[in-house]
Each structure stands twice: as C-alpha cells, then as structure tokens.
Design a protein around this ligand. Structure first.
Ligand code: MN
Length: 287
C-alpha cells in the first residue's frame, strides 16, 4: 500500500496513477490525549488503520497523482536519524575533498556513529527546499528513507526489518562547512521525505533498489541499495543499542557519490525503483 498526506493534509492512498482521499479513515485513530505517547499517531496505528482505509477506498474520491501536492508521509517524527558515508563511492569522493566534506576524517560509518537532524527540518516534496545561505554550498544527498513502525530497543539484526513500517524517498540536504552536522543538516526544509510511504510488505528486498537523482534533467547520483556499507537491518540493530526507536522515526540510510550543489530555481528529480519518483524545487528562503 502507498500512503500519503497531500493537499490540505488529506490522507491518501496511491494506486494506478491516482490518489484516493481516505481521510475518513482517520476517525479510526484514537482521540489524542495529553501527554501523548512518543511516536507519530498515524504510523503507530497503521496496522489497525489499514482495515478502515480498505473500507473507505471503494467509494473514495480521487485525482491524478500529477495534480496532488504531496506532504511528508510522516507528519510528526520523533527523530530523523542520518547514516553518514554509507556508500563506498561517496567515501572516495569525500576523502578526495576534505575541505568540503569536513566530517570525513572521523572515520567509517560505525566509528563516526549516526547523527540526528531536527524533526522541524522535515517537509514533503511539494513544499520544496528553501536555501537560507545562498553564498554557501548546499548539497543534495539522495537516500532511501526508512520509517520505523513500532517501538524497539536493542533489537537483533534478525528482527530489525520486522519493525519497519515502510519506505520513501529521502533527501538529506546539507550545508557544507565546519559546524556540527546537526546544525548544517537541520535547516527548515533540509529533510525531504516523500512522495508517499510504501508499506514494508510491498517491498520484496529493500537492499536491491536502484535509485537516481537528477538536477534540471542532469543525472547526478545513481546507485543501488545493495551497495550500502552497513545494510538496513544492521543500521536499525546498531542504533537501537543507543536509543529507543519509536513509530514514525525516520532513518536516512546514506548517500552515494555525486552529491553536489543546488541553487534557487533548480529542480531535483529523485526516483527509487519500486518506491516512487518525485520532483523537489529549490528556492531562496523567504522568496
Ligand atoms: Mn546523508
């Protein structure tokens, strides 16, 4: 199933080139109470919600996917986790330009550890990326986005994939420079997720997905998730030894070679086989 938030925060299911409005299924969610349990409410109850969605789908109104404005398929993540230098060809390009890739000297992916991006940086593709420092380099990093589906800590690698709700295209946008990653990668709109969540049951092998990123039609990044240095199950097992993962937490699982700058007016086109394709516009913040 492909689940999305679109237009005026409607809940949608994407099928056959159309998005179906299944917002009525949200009535099946428990009423919000304060203080809420950690985790995104919809992702926390996704399994139960699927029955309600199936009931509403046959009589839902629809529109072509091309006419929908897609928001992030996770509305309220507790945290966005980044996996650094997780493709060997990106290690090579970072090693070759340490002036730009300032964190690279800290070692390999498990030596450096994962980093966090502010949850407030998250947007959907329709919202676009807004550059605040156009005089500095802002790079695109195309990544497979992994959305956690249930609370988990100290999970084994063997069990790790079973706690995934689904997958989406992720952009880990980055200002290059000397500051900590958590600052440079947390600007508003510097985490893009979308255009929809493909539930885990619909992806036979998440370690065999081809993906590409184009800027203004020019191919910049191309890889396959088979080329990850540490795979998805190991990522979840490794990081869950440090902290608990909650429903709606997002892992951006690393980028391949070809990262490069974007400027206002650019359009990034990203595609992951079996997941989706999406366009993301770049503009000047405030513009
Ligand atoms: Mn990244």
């Amino acid at each position: 199933m492909r689940i999305c938030w679109y237009d005026q925060q409607q809940l949608g299911v994407v099928d056959d080139g159309k998005v179906y409005d299944v917002s009525a299924a949200l009535d099946a969610l428990p009423a919000a109470r304060y203080p809420a349990a950690p985790g995104d409410l919809l992702i926390s109850h996704l399994d139960g919600l699927r029955a309600a969605i199936a009931r509403h789908l046959p009589h839902a109104s629809s529109k072509p996917v091309a006419q929908a404005r897609f928001l992030s398929p996770v509305a309220n993540p507790g945290k966005i986790i980044g996996v650094p230098v997780n493709y060997m060809d990106h290690v090579v390009e970072a090693e070759a330009d340490r002036a730009t890739f300032t964190d690279r000297y800290k070692g390999g992916v498990t030596e450096q550890g994962f980093f966090l991006k502010a949850a407030s940086s998250l947007v959907g593709p329709a919202e676009g990326v807004a550059l605040r420092f156009p005089e500095r380099l802002s790079h695109h990093e195309m990544e497979l986005g992994i959305v956690i589906g249930r609370k988990v800590a100290n999970v084994s690698e063997a069990q790790a994939l079973s706690c995934i709700a689904g997958y989406a295209i992720a952009l880990d946008m980055t200002v290059r420079g000397p500051e900590d990653r958590s600052l440079r990668k947390s600007l508003d709109s510097y985490a893009v997720l979308g255009p929809w969540l493909v539930t885990a049951d619909a992806i036979a092998d998440p370690q065999a997905l081809g993906m590409r990123l184009y800027v203004n039609g020019e191919l910049r990044q191309e890889t396959n998730t088979a080329a990850m240095i540490i795979g998805i199950a190991e990522q979840i097992a490794w990081v869950s030894r440090f902290y608990t993962l909650y429903p709606g937490d997002i892992i951006m699982s690393g980028t391949c070679a070809g990262v490069g700058p974007v400027v206002p007016g650019d359009t990034m086109h990203c595609e992951i086989d079996g997941v989706a394709a999406m366009d993301v516009a770049v503009r000047l913040a405030g513009g």
